[in-house]
Design a protein around this ligand. Structure first.
Ligand code: AHR
Length: 506
């Protein structure tokens, strides 16, 4: 395999990484909330019923923002069901995921839970079955200090201080025919605009996210974005994107190339935003909230059966993908792609966090919590990917696969943390058989040491998975050669996610 070359220079900056790139998402779906984060009978549950072993696995991820309560769930949700005395909360048929919703967890409990690991809540409002009124009442409930019906209700429910929720999603995937209350782009654009304006009269300080397309293959993409933005461009702060990658053609080389579709998706959405700005003669640059991203395909067929054939039940076992080493590597390429668009992507939510397409799993009905393969690239991204994303120059060998051409074997991004004097290079080798030699040109940094090469390598067994008490797939340290003549040289093993950590003398 010919070597790949990367030139990294702190003079060429792309953007400061917004901490909210490391956000996540919990939906009332399957066992995410009940039997996931909330499990009053579990030996580790706290007084509120939240599993502390799960919180212990979340804490190191340093998640700043958690999207809630959906997802498709929000489009049929009545937020009033989830507040007040628990024993008086109604049980509802939650149609989005065919489940019995007991409402034991609602906004109060969820916000308290997020506080256990320092995250804020990004609240979604129901623009499916409901609209302006319910959205404004929820905002008044959460953010108004007191002296009005809904703020006083919050106080009566034990929260004297407002929740101060800053970021709000105007509905979810309203372009999707599966969405309860699905709308045309014009219908949604008008409703989102009027809801945004009404909400801002109650709290002008909030930030708003308009719903973009559910995925790039939607027939209405990107006209949906253009039409919606035509309505809301000056009234929202972010446009959302959602995408899940999967090995749907059972071809690993193809699957490994799929983050190229993420790159293309981002370019198209950014171009559409800028086109609308140009048409409107607007100087505002629309920022993006990639508020659902992950790998999702293992559970799809099984879930169709469960949703079709089983009776209504609490916390059905839905959307539970078990992730392989190959999935972790593809996950890494998607993360790197997000980083390389940090100038426009300000929020990104790993969807989701516990049990549902999740890095963290719990065994049904109790037992331990455990970490899936994708936990590791997310953890390391969050730990080392804060600072300034640099624009790098890269040459790499390439390959063709059945559905992609010129796929780079190397996928990479560099983040410079000037304060700490630390440079991190995230790198993936897409080759299934061969080491990829990588030379990193660091001439612009005076004195540099490669202090760590952390590697999650799946070449030996791409299908390896983790399981409870079986943390086989974890990153390992690789030997580091000294940096010579301003060049660091490493070998990236086949099918691997790598973190190169360099210490720079300043
Ligand atoms: O994250 C799972 C589901 O994927 C969400 O409910 C929906 O928004 C998306 O289609």
């Amino acid at each position: 395999m010919p070597a790949a070359h990367l030139t990294v220079d702190p003079a060429y900056t792309l953007a400061e990484v917004d901490d909210r790139l490391y956000s996540s998402f919990i939906e009332h779906l399957g066992r995410a909330v009940y039997d996931g984060i909330y499990c009053p009978d579990h030996p580790t549950a706290d007084a509120d019923g939240f599993r502390q072993d799960v919180v212990d696995l979340i804490r190191p991820l340093h998640i700043p923002l958690m999207r809630y309560p959906g997802g498709n769930f929000v489009s049929g949700y009545r937020w009033e069901d989830g507040v007040g005395p628990k024993d008086q909360r109604p049980h509802r048929l939650s149609r989005a995921w065919r489940a019995l919703e007991t409402n034991e967890v609602g906004p109060h409990e969820f916000i308290r839970w997020c506080g256990q690991f320092g995250a804020q809540v990004m609240m979604a409002v129901n623009l499916g079955t409901r609209g302006i009124d319910a959205a404004c009442n929820l905002l008044e409930y959460c953010n108004h200090p007191g002296g009005s019906q809904y703020s006083d209700l919050r106080i009566a429910h034990g929260a004297k201080e407002p929740f101060g929720i800053h970021t709000w999603c105007l509905g979810n995937e309203m372009d999707g025919p599966w969405q309860i209350g699905h709308k045309t782009a014009d219908e949604y654009g008008r409703l989102a605009l009027e809801t945004a304006r009404a909400m801002r009269t109650i709290d002008p300080s909030i930030e708003l996210v308009a719903s973009g397309s559910s995925y790039p293959e939607m027939p209405t993409f990107p006209q949906w974005e253009a039409t919606v933005l035509d309505h809301v461009y000056e009234d929202v702060d972010y446009l959302s994107l959602h995408q899940y990658l999967g090995d749907t053609t059972h071809n690993l080389q193809d699957y490994l190339a799929k983050s190229l579709t993420t790159e293309h998706f981002l370019h198209s959405v950014i171009s559409t935003c800028d086109y609308v700005a140009a048409r409107k003669r607007s100087r505002k640059r629309m920022m993006l909230s990639f508020d659902e991203w992950n790998i999702w395909y293992h559970s799809l067929e099984k879930d169709d059966e469960i949703e079709r054939d089983t009776p209504w039940q609490k916390a059905p076992q839905l959307v539970e993908d078990t992730y392989t080493m190959a999935d972790a590597v593809v996950f890494g390429t998607m993360f790197i792609t997000l980083l390389r668009h940090a100038d426009r992507v300000r929020i990104a939510c790993l969807a989701q966090l516990v049990n549902v397409i999740a890095p963290i799993m719990t065994q049904p009905g109790g037992g331990p919590a455990w970490r899936q393969t994708i936990y590791w690239p997310f953890l390391q991204g969050s730990m080392y990917g804060r600072g300034t994303v640099l624009q790098t120059a890269c040459t790499t060998p390439r390959y063709d696969s059945p559905n992609f051409t010129d796929v780079p074997y190397l996928e990479s991004a560099a983040v410079w943390n000037r304060e700490a004097g630390e440079l991190t290079v995230f790198a993936v080798n897409r080759s299934l058989e061969e080491d990829l030699p990588l030379e990193v040109d660091l001439r612009a940094f005076t004195e540099c040491t490669l202090c760590e090469h952390l590697c999650l390598a799946g070449g030996a067994d791409p299908n390896a998975v983790n399981a409870p008490a079986q943390d086989l797939a974890v990153p390992r340290q690789r030997p580091c050669e000294p940096v010579r003549d301003g060049r660091a040289t490493v070998a990236l093993p086949p099918l691997s996610w790598n973190v190169l950590r360099l210490k720079v003398k300043q």
